[in-house]
Design a protein around this ligand. Structure first.
Ligand SMILES: *Cc1c(COP(=O)(O)O)cnc(C)c1O
Length: 481
């Protein structure tokens, strides 16, 4: 069949626009959008017609065209960003949005940002206020800092800190701390961007206080410590502690800055985790300014928090970059709510989702895994309940969860997973199908089994998870698309 004859079978745009189904779409989404949907669908159909060899094949391709257009339009109107269920056991999974926000913080932010707010308005004086003011007091109270502010993220906080405190001069950093964090944050790049000159001292594994001391010159504007968030140098190592550097700072009058990365406000050791220097600890040991993320171990929204000596923070607040990197009203409100939770650290650990997941005892995780395993077995099981006929073997296995997000890299957090070993399809196929659900489920594959780590799954999501296995269709060959 000639190509032209096939093309002639395609309905015209105006006749499609008159189709009652498309008429409904025009009502719903407006004329321009419907027209765009018609054209875009026709374009795709034309491409597929190119591959058709017979009139019958082409006719089949053209069947139900208005319905196809409707489906395209409906899909366009659906938001693409969606909540997912995290079965990876990685708590601060950057790909999945790092720290999940607690209900209270979210509600507060929705209420505040949903309408007008006192974001930059002083209700007492009726004059223009400052957006950091809402959480500065609480930050100072929690960390012992004289002043504090927050910007868009920690990368921004580091850039602002370096620009304001050291731009135009030299900053001394240990060669063991030239960190790269995922997503293109590299200490030397930030340094260059800030206009400060990086003065590397020591070696990859050993840097002594004397290395910093001999590098001090007229040009030196700051000492920078960078927390090696996502790696550890082990073996024959040495580093100058904040305490030692604080002493050098006193003698030279050069400020001591630290990029702490995660920035915890609670003592993780109390919950059986490794010691992680807290913000208050680092400030007490003599750091002048500390920066850290809002959405790592703090468990809040994406933000970069800067806390420390008033004279430096004031300079940062006045720097033009502070305007470029300023925090938005939604984040400001959520951050304030999360920080207020820390007034009672024991409650904070229960109420902030990331901390709750991090500190939950392994036995509790295993109980949740057992519960899910029982529900899935019930859901998939065939008449009579014989396990040998079930389309998958469901077991509960010990697993290892991670803090993620470049935090606590050495911490193997004991956890529990439900392992699904499908008999008819591969684990990779099951993983793909779970990702395609209305609420996508993200798992991981080990030894041909799909693992769902319950440490990062909310209790309330367990029934939904089990429901997806109803009648075992998701595990059958040809059971799903
Ligand atoms: C995570 C991290 C950053 C980047 O923080 P973001 O909030 O992701 O911008 C910078 N420095 C260190 C040491 C970090 O761990």
């Amino acid at each position: 069949m000639e190509k032209n004859d096939i093309y002639r079978m395609i309905p015209r745009v105006d006749s499609l626009m008159e189709d009652p189904l498309i008429g409904e779409m025009t009502e719903k989404y407006g004329y321009d959008c419907a027209l765009h949907g018609v054209r875009s669908t026709l374009e795709k159909v034309r491409e597929r017609l190119d591959a058709c060899r017979s009139a019958a094949e082409a006719e089949k391709e053209l069947e139900g065209l208005p319905e196809k257009i409707c489906r395209t339009l409906e899909r366009w109107a659906q938001p693409e960003m969606t909540r997912v269920i995290n079965g990876t056991g990685i708590i601060l999974h950057t790909g999945l949005g790092r720290a999940p926000l607690g209900k209270e913080a979210l509600q507060r932010a929705a209420e505040t940002a949903g309408g007008y707010s006192n974001l930059e308005f002083d209700l007492e004086t009726g004059r223009r206020g400052e957006r950091s003011a809402h959480f500065e007091r609480i930050l100072c109270q929690l960390t012992g800092a004289e002043a504090a502010m927050a910007v868009n993220n920690n990368a921004g906080a580091v850039l602002l800190m370096l620009s304001a405190a050291a731009g135009g001069g030299e900053v001394i950093v240990s060669r063991g701390e030239l960190v790269e964090i995922g997503g293109k944050f590299r200490v030397p790049d930030m340094m260059e961007l800030s206009g400060a000159k990086l003065r590397e001292v020591g070696t990859t594994n050993r840097t002594r206080l004397s290395d910093y001391e001999t590098a001090v010159s007229e040009e030196t504007r700051a000492f920078l410590k960078v927390h090696t968030s996502n790696y550890r140098i082990v073996g024959f190592t040495e580093e100058a502690s904040i305490r030692e550097l604080a002493d050098l700072k006193e003698r030279t009058g050069i400020p001591l800055l630290e990029d702490l990365g995660s920035g915890v406000l609670i003592d993780l050791e109390r919950y059986g985790l490794c010691h992680e220097p807290s913000v208050q600890e680092v400030l007490a040991q003599g750091a002048d300014v500390v920066t850290f993320s809002g959405d790592k171990l703090l468990g809040g929204p994406q933000a970069g928090i800067i806390a420390g000596k008033k004279e430096y923070i004031e300079k940062m607040k006045r720097h033009p970059l502070a305007r470029v990197l300023r925090i938005d009203k939604f984040t400001a409100s959520a951050l304030e709510s999360v920080l207020l939770e820390y007034l009672n650290p024991e409650k904070a650990v229960e109420r902030i989702p990331a901390l709750r997941m991090l500190t939950m005892p392994a036995e509790s995780v295993c109980r949740a895994a057992e519960k899910l395993a029982v529900l899935i077995r019930e859901a998939i099981c065939c008449e009579g309940g014989s396990t040998s006929e079930a389309p998958a073997a469901i077991t509960v296995e010990r697993s290892t969860a991670r803090a993620g997000g470049g935090s606590l890299p050495m911490e193997d957090i004991p956890s529990c997973s439900v392992a699904v070993a499908p008999k008819e399809i591969s684990a990779a196929e099951l993983e793909r199908r779970l990702r395609g659900l209305a609420i996508p489920v993200i798992g991981r594959i080990t030894d041909g089994k799909l693992l769902l780590d319950l440490r990062t799954v909310e209790e309330a999501d367990i029934p939904y998870l089990a429901e997806q296995f109803r009648k075992g269709a998701i595990l059958r060959k040809g059971g799903m698309r």
